[in-house]
Design a protein around this ligand. Structure first.
Ligand code: URP
Ligand code: ZN
Length: 490
């Protein structure tokens, strides 16, 4: 009777039903169901304010928040010098991604360990439907990959085809908790036309699903790659030269127009430029429903870094930009114009990157970051004076939970919400090193970054899985079956 509407009081057999109101009933029978954890004297980060108080979890839920809670508990955590956030949600990861014959260094086992130690309790990874594959095949492939994850996980479905057969599978995706999709304007094996995007936006809007678009002008960037190579300009820095700001802005503009005509929402993944931002802003001014995601790399890393001897580790798309772009994105975050921050974690080792040593265009695209998102946003944007702590919670958790059909189960410190909770220490200076990150990669674009604070303790589904920065209970992640999108900008 999976997927039937169930009423309160209706008698059902657990063997017959998997999900009830989005909760995975099978997994609710795991160990730790009755455990009570009490966090005392913390600065609780709600959606609109910070308040000193306590938080109590029981089993997999938060049961009481705020004020002085005097209740027996199996574990008591002193939160007195810390902020307590709803578990962070990384909206953009690529674990176990195959690019041709190259596979990312991080699979779900390693990637989610890094995620949860950094305070991320849910990742939304891009399952990829390769051409000729059904959406269900891609879904099952990702379900298998994600077993033994150390944080909760859901999937967006990246589509490489849009035809009657694939459209017919969209209801199956929704039934399985996948309510967000992605299409690329680039990459020969994935690229789809503007017309297809227009159709997909229109169709998915009616289902209250959303489609994220990787916005770049593929034709122009390819022409520039050809030109640069012909001129002998093959080093890592030319990756950025081949894809200047306008290459992204053109893609953002085409997406905005397609969404305008389709009458549906536009979601720009990994926005990196002030020009793209300006176009999205204009679209909002003409009444469009626009969701903007950016990433930590576009807030703290710059184009000049391609000149380093290990410049290949910064080869990602879109490329690193200028200080002006960083400033524009930070101000947009402060103004509430950027909706959430995802990492685009896509891990290739230096040996894998070396394939492009004589030709930047052969370097596999992507960089790591899943462990470092919260500490970088805190250091750069909060300590840097752009955001307050409430806005940090919105950017790292609440808005993503809302849009991606997880709210208020996740993204909220509320009685009844899932007990995914981060105790964040704002006074924990440390330096980021690839070698000490839990990811399975020998490099980090943030190597040497001086972070001011970090996640100290993490509760996942009501269990203390990270204690004093150490992963003490790996493999406790569960699949998150998502509802339709909560289109809060509609
Ligand atoms: O360079 C990147 N971002 N690699 C991952 C795939 C994508 O484009 O999102
Ligand atoms: Zn990506």
């Amino acid at each position: 009777i999976k997927n039937k509407n169930l009423e309160d009081g209706q008698i059902i057999f657990l063997k017959d039903v998997r999900f009830f109101r989005g909760y995975d009933i099978m997994n609710m029978q795991q160990e730790g169901m009755d455990m009570r954890i009490l966090i005392k004297n913390a600065s609780l980060v709600f959606e609109d304010r910070v308040e000193k108080g306590d938080l109590l979890t029981e089993g997999q839920r938060i049961v009481q928040v705020g004020g002085n809670i005097d209740a027996p508990a199996d574990q008591v955590i002193d939160g007195s010098s810390c902020f307590v956030f709803p578990g962070f949600i990384d909206t953009h990861t690529h674990f176990d991604l195959e690019v041709g014959s190259t596979v990312t260094a991080d699979n779900f086992v390693t990637g989610t360990k890094a995620a949860v130690v950094g305070g991320t309790t849910t990742v939304l990874d891009f399952a990829t439907q390769e051409r000729g594959m059904t959406l269900m095949e891609a879904f099952h492939k990702w379900e298998n990959k994600a077993k033994n994850s150390s944080c909760n996980y859901g999937f967006h479905m990246a589509m490489s085809e849009w035809n009657d057969a694939r459209i017919a599978e969209v209801p199956l995706m929704i039934e399985n908790g996948v309510t967000s999709f992605k299409m690329y304007m680039v990459y020969d094996n994935m690229r789809l036309s503007d017309g297809v995007m227009y159709e997909a936006i229109k169709y998915l809007a009616k289902e209250d699903c959303i489609i994220g678009i990787h916005c770049e002008n593929d034709d122009i960037l390819k022409a520039r790659v050809k030109e640069l190579k012909a001129a002998g300009k093959t080093g890592s820095r030319y990756h950025a030269v081949s894809r200047p700001n306008i290459v992204e802005a053109d893609g953002v503009g085409r997406l905005m127009d397609a969404a305008y005509l389709a009458g549906g929402p536009a979601w720009v993944v990994h926005l990196s430029t002030k020009e793209g931002l300006a176009i999205a802003r204009r679209a909002r001014e003409r009444g469009q429903e626009v969701y903007l995601e950016s990433c930590p790399q576009y807030l703290v890393l710059e184009e000049s870094m391609y000149d380093a001897s290990d410049g290949a580790k910064f080869i990602m798309s879109p490329p690193l930009r200028s200080k002006d772009d960083q400033e524009a994105l930070l101000k947009a975050m402060a103004a509430g114009e950027i909706d959430w921050i995802g990492t685009d974690h896509c891990s290739f080792t230096m040996a894998q990157k070396a394939v492009g040593k004589d030709d930047f265009s052969k370097t596999p695209n992507g960089g790591t970051g899943v462990q470092n998102r919260a500490e970088i946003v805190y250091t750069r944007a909060v300590k840097g004076g752009y955001l307050d702590i409430v806005e940090m919670g919105q950017l790292l958790s609440t808005r993503a939970a809302k849009l991606f059909g997880l709210y208020p189960r996740k993204g909220a410190l509320q009685a009844g919400s899932d007990a995914d909770v981060v105790v964040f220490d704002p006074e924990a200076p440390h330096v980021v090193h690839a070698a000490t990150n839990l990811h399975n990669c020998d490099n980090s674009p943030y190597e040497g970054y001086e972070a001011a604070g970090k996640a100290r303790d993490v509760l996942l589904n009501g269990q203390l899985v990270v204690e004093n920065g150490q992963l003490v209970a790996p493999g406790k992640g569960e699949y998150v079956h998502r509802d339709r999108c909560g289109r809060y900008r509609k």
